[in-house]
Ligand binder design. Structure first.
Ligand code: DGJ
Length: 554
C-alpha cells in the first residue's frame, strides 16, 4: 500500500479527521472520490420526494439541543441517535461561531460535525442560526448585536427599538449572507459526498409583539402597493392595508422576512444548491393569529402563499410541533402538506407521546421527522418535550424508526408515487379510517393481539398500552389489490369499502424489500390475522393482498 492509499483508507474508515487530512492535502481527492449526486427535492402530482444519493430518502431524524454545536457536546448525541435508529442529525451552526470577528471565519466546527457524522453513519441537516433564532439575534456575533447604527433593529409604533433585527436592512442581509456563503463554500469544498443533505437558513423567523418595522423606512414601504409577485400569487391588490386589512402589518413583515431569507438561501445555493427549508414557531392550527401575538413574519401555515411568492429559493416551510393535542398536530400536518409544499417535521417534542405522530407524517408522504433535544448533554426542554430521556422514551421513537428504517428507501420510493395514509392514536382513542381503492382500512387502539373488545365470554386485563398516548400506522396502496402496512401499538383491519360481502384477505406476508423487490419471510394467518393485523412492539412490515370471490377475480 502506498502512503497515499493508506491515508485514504484510514480516512474512509473515519480514523483520520478532515482537519488532519487537510494537512496532508488529500482531503479534496478523498471527498472527490466519494462525490454523490446533489440532494434535491422532487415534486410530482402532489407527491414529494427528498432525493439523496440519487434516490428517494426519508429523514429519520433527531435534532440536538441548541448549544450542542461544539465538538464535545455533539459527541453525546450519537448514542441517543443510534438508540432511536436515526439516519440523520439536525445540528445548528451559529453565525457567532463562524465569524466571531468580522471578516475572520472559523469553520472548524463544521469539519468536526462532518467527521463525527460520517464516523457514526448519519446524514446532517445544518441549521443556520443567523439573523433570527426564535426571532432573536442571539446567535449573531457581538459585532452585529452591539452595532445598532449599522445593523438596525425593528422599531415599535412609538419609534423605540425592538430586540429583533429588521428585515429591511441591506447591511445585515449582506453580512449574514456573507457568513452563510462561507459555510456553503466549506460544504462545497469539503463535503463532496453530501453528508449534509439539507440546510435551514435562519431559525423560527419573525418578531413577537411588534408585527412590523415601524421605522421611517418601514412606514414608507408599508404605504406602497403590494409587490407584483405577491399580487399575482394572492389575487390581492392595492396597499398592504387595502390588500390584507387587520393582518397587513404581519403580511408586510412576512414578505420582507421571506425576501431576506430567500436572498440568504439564494446566495448559499449559488455556491452549493442543497435543498433549503424554513421552520415555523406555530401559533395555532386553525385560527388566524393576532399579529402581535405570533412570530409575525415567520412561515405560519396561513401566510405560506406569501412565503411562496417571496422566497422561490426556499424549497419548503415546515412546522415545529410542541402541541400535544392530537387533533392540533393532525391539522398542522395537513396545513403544511400541500402540492407546493413538501411535508417535513423538523422539530417535535421528544416526550413519548409525540412519537406516534411519525406515522401520520410519513402517511402523508412526509419526507422527514425529527424529535428535538436528542443528545445527552444534560438539558431537557420540558414541558415542551421530555423531562429526561430514558430507555422507555427512546424506545417509543426507536420502534417506528426501526420499522420504516428497515425499508426506508423502498417506502420513500413508494410514497413518491402511490397513495399513502397514516394515523396516530388520537387523544380520545377513536378508530381512524381511510378508503384506499376498494378497501376501507381502520386503525384501532389499545387492544391485545388476540380477540375482540366486545367479547364477554372471557375476561381480559386491559392492554398495558391501552391508556397510553402511543400507537400509529402507515399504509401504502401498491396496486388495486395490494397494500403495504406498518405500525406499532395498533390493530389494522381491512373491510370492503362498498359493503360488498365477498371481500377476502388473500394473503398477509411479513417481509422486506431486497434490491427494490418484495421478499416474503413468512405468511401470517390464523390467530395472526383473525383479529386484524396487530402490530405491538416488533418492527414488522406486511404486504396485504386482497380479493373478491364473486364476479371478476378481484
Ligand atoms: C423551537 C426552536 O426552533 C428550537 O431551537 C428550540 O429553541 C425549541 N423551540 C425549544 O426547545
Amino acid at each position: 500500500m502506498t502512503t497515499l492509499t493508506k491515508l485514504k483508507s484510514l480516512a474512509l474508515a473515519g480514523v483520520l479527521t478532515g482537519a488532519m487530512l487537510a494537512q496532508t492535502g488529500i482531503a479534496q481527492s478523498v471527498s472527490a472520490q466519494n462525490a454523490t449526486p446533489m440532494p434535491r427535492l422532487e415534486s410530482r402530482e402532489g407527491h414529494h420526494a427528498l432525493i439523496v444519493d440519487g434516490a428517494p430518502f426519508v429523514m429519520l431524524g433527531g435534532q440536538v439541543n441548541n448549544s450542542s454545536n461544539y465538538a464535545e457536546p455533539l459527541k453525546t448525541a450519537w448514542p441517543v441517535l443510534d438508540a432511536i435508529h436515526a439516519n440523520t442529525v439536525e445540528v445548528p451552526i451559529a453565525w457567532e461561531q463562524v465569524e466571531p470577528v468580522e471578516g475572520r471565519f472559523d469553520l472548524s466546527f463544521l469539519q468536526d460535525l462532518l467527521d463525527q457524522a460520517r464516523a457514526h453513519d448519519k446524514r446532517v441537516v445544518l441549521l443556520w442560526f443567523g439573523t433570527w433564532k426564535n426571532t432573536s439575534p442571539s446567535y449573531a456575533p457581538a459585532w452585529v448585536k452591539l452595532d445598532n447604527a449599522r445593523f438596525l433593529r425593528m422599531k415599535d409604533p412609538q419609534g423605540k427599538d425592538h430586540g429583533v433585527l429588521t428585515p429591511l436592512s441591506s447591511a445585515t442581509l449582506a453580512a449574514d449572507s456573507r457568513a452563510f456563503v462561507k459555510v456553503m463554500e466549506y460544504l462545497r469544498d469539503h463535503d463532496r459526498q453530501n453528508t449534509v443533505i439539507m440546510v435551514q437558513p435562519e431559525n423560527e423567523t419573525g418578531s413577537y409583539r411588534v408585527p412590523r418595522d415601524f421605522s421611517a423606512e418601514g412606514n414608507r414601504l408599508f404605504a406602497q402597493p403590494i409587490p407584483v409577485a405577491l399580487a399575482s400569487k394572492t389575487g390581492k391588490s392595492g396597499t398592504w392595508t387595502q390588500a390584507f386589512g387587520a393582518q397587513a402589518p404581519r403580511a408586510f413583515n412576512t414578505w420582507y422576512v421571506a425576501s431576506y431569507v430567500n436572498a440568504v438561501a439564494q446566495a448559499g445555493k449559488a455556491v452549493k444548491p442543497l435543498p433549503m427549508y424554513v421552520n415555523a414557531a406555530l401559533a395555532g392550527p386553525s385560527n388566524v393569529p393576532d399579529p402581535t401575538g405570533v412570530a409575525s413574519g415567520g412561515p405560519q401555515w396561513d401566510v405560506l402563499d406569501i412565503w411562496k411568492a417571496a422566497a422561490p429559493s426556499i424549497d419548503l416551510a415546515a412546522p415545529d410541533i410542541y402541541d400535544r393535542a392530537s387533533a392540533n398536530v393532525i391539522q398542522y400536518l395537513d396545513k403544511y402538506n400541500r402540492p407546493d409544499n413538501a411535508l417535513m417535521v423538523p422539530e417535535i417534542g421528544n416526550a413519548k407521546d409525540f412519537a406516534r405522530f411519525f406515522w401520520p407524517t410519513i402517511g402523508r408522504g412526509g419526507i422527514g421527522f425529527s424529535p428535538f433535544g436528542m443528545d445527552a448533554s444534560g438539558y431537557f426542554n420540558y414541558p415542551l418535550g421530555a423531562r429526561g430521556i430514558d430507555q422507555k422514551e427512546l424506545a417509543t421513537f426507536a420502534l417506528p424508526y426501526a420499522t420504516v428504517g428497515s425499508i426506508m428507501r423502498d417506502w420513500a420510493r413508494i410514497a413518491a408515487t402511490h397513495p399513502t395514509w397514516g394515523a396516530a392514536k388520537p387523544d380520545d382513542g377513536a378508530d381512524q379510517s381511510v378508503t384506499l381503492g376498494q378497501w376501507r382500512i381502520t386503525a384501532s387502539w389499545g387492544q391485545w393481539q388476540f380477540g375482540m373488545k366486545d367479547w364477554t365470554w372471557i375476561k381480559a386485563e386491559p392492554a398495558p398500552w391501552a391508556s397510553e398516548p402511543v400507537g400509529g400506522m402507515a399504509v401504502a396502496q401498491l396496486s388495486d389489490h395490494e397494500y403495504l402496512v406498518m405500525g406499532d401499538h395498533v390493530r389494522v383491519s381491512f373491510s370492503p369499502a362498498q359493503s360488498r360481502d365477498d371481500g377476502v384477505i388473500v394473503a398477509v406476508e411479513e417481509g422486506t424489500f431486497r434490491d427494490g423487490k418484495w421478499v416474503t419471510a413468512r405468511v401470517w394467518n390464523g390467530d395472526q390475522t383473525d383479529y386484524g393485523l396487530n402490530f405491538i412492539d416488533h418492527p414488522q412490515v406486511l404486504k396485504v393482498t386482497t380479493g373478491f370471490y364473486r364476479g371478476k377475480r378481484r
